[in-house]
Design a protein around this ligand. Structure first.
Ligand code: CO8
Length: 258
């Protein structure tokens, strides 16, 4: 069985981390498989991607502690880079990504969810960065993305105390956008993906890119990124189609990503 499954349902791609015997912990092979799956996604037909974990107990329970336990300092840094490279690829992937967090999202699991554009979770989800309790720092983006998503104070509290939080607290601090009963999570993820998928992909992708790029820039430069993104939509088929449909009071729109 593949360590990372991929399935396309119409315009929605579903990536499933599939190592249930280890609560979907990320070893080097899982990271390689995730990287390969991203390379195989058909960017013309897929409009939104859901990332989840196998089973109903765990999204991803972290990087593989058994595999990490014997690493040298140089190997640890290389493993961190391997994870960061894949997660950066996911974060900057042109197609929007939704983490459907269906249980434990600890360490590398919380970090994987944060490399996605948005997170929703099941009511049994548990988030945390327990690394300092293992004698290491978060290494797949946790020291960086958590502060950007939940604020510096909350990120420091979670990372330095290594205290896990439940779904409702994750909602309160803005780490997830919504909490659902476990049985409804995938349906809700599909609904959200469907809502994204029906919009003009050219505009959806340019919006994602502008938000991501602008976050690390001073506002004066960030708005220029927005101006370029905005301008790039004009004269496209999808801009003409979207505005024509409005003016013609037509509900059906034929967006083609062109
Ligand atoms: N790595 C390896 N194996 C794991 C992991 C993990 N992160 N999590 C669970 N497993 C395995 C268990 O060893 C167990 O295997 P076995 O059946 O062979 O003993 C199996 O999964 C089931 O787990 P449990 O029996 O422990 O299940 P419980 O329901 O009792 O507990 C928990 C579930 C609470 C999730 C518990 O498994 C746990 O605490 N797991 C570890 C969570 C954790 O600390 N994660 C963070 C890891 S560190 C990290 O992610 C760093 C990321 C950056 C790396 C940078 C590299 C340089």
């Amino acid at each position: 069985m593949s360590l990372v499954l991929y399935e396309a349902k119409d315009a929605i791609g579903i990536i499933t981390i599939n190592r249930p015997e280890a609560l979907n912990a990320l070893n080097a092979d899982v990271l390689t498989a995730l990287n390969e799956v991203l390379d195989q996604i058909d960017q013309n037909t897929i409009r939104a991607i859901i990332v989840t974990g196998s089973g109903d107990k765990s999204f991803v329970a972290g990087a593989d502690i058994a595999q990490m336990s014997k690493l040298t300092a140089a190997e640890g840094e290389a493993f961190g880079k391997k994870g960061n490279d894949v997660f950066l690829k996911l974060e900057s992937f042109p197609i929007p990504t939704i983490a459907a967090v269906n249980g434990f999202a600890l360490g590398g699991g919380c970090e994987l969810s944060m490399a996605c554009d948005m997170r929703i979770c099941s009511d049994n989800a548990v988030f945390g960065q327990p690394e300092v309790g293992l004698g290491i720092t978060p290494g797949f983006g946790g020291t960086q993305r958590l502060a950007r998503i939940a604020g510096v104070g909350m990120a420091k509290q979670m990372v330095l105390s290594a205290r896990n939080i439940k779904a409702e607290e994750a909602l309160r601090i803005g780490l997830v956008n919504a909490v659902y009963p476990q049985a409804e999570l995938m349906d809700e993820a599909m609904k959200l993906a469907g809502a994204i998928a029906k919009n003009a992909p050219i505009a959806v992708r340019a919006s994602k890119r502008a938000i991501n790029e602008g976050l690390s820039l001073p506002i004066e430069e960030a708005v220029v990124v927005e101006e370029k993104a905005f301008g790039s939509c004009f004269e496209t088929h999808d801009q003409i189609e979207g505005m024509s449909a409005f003016l013609e009071k037509r509900k059906e729109k034929n967006f083609t990503n062109s």
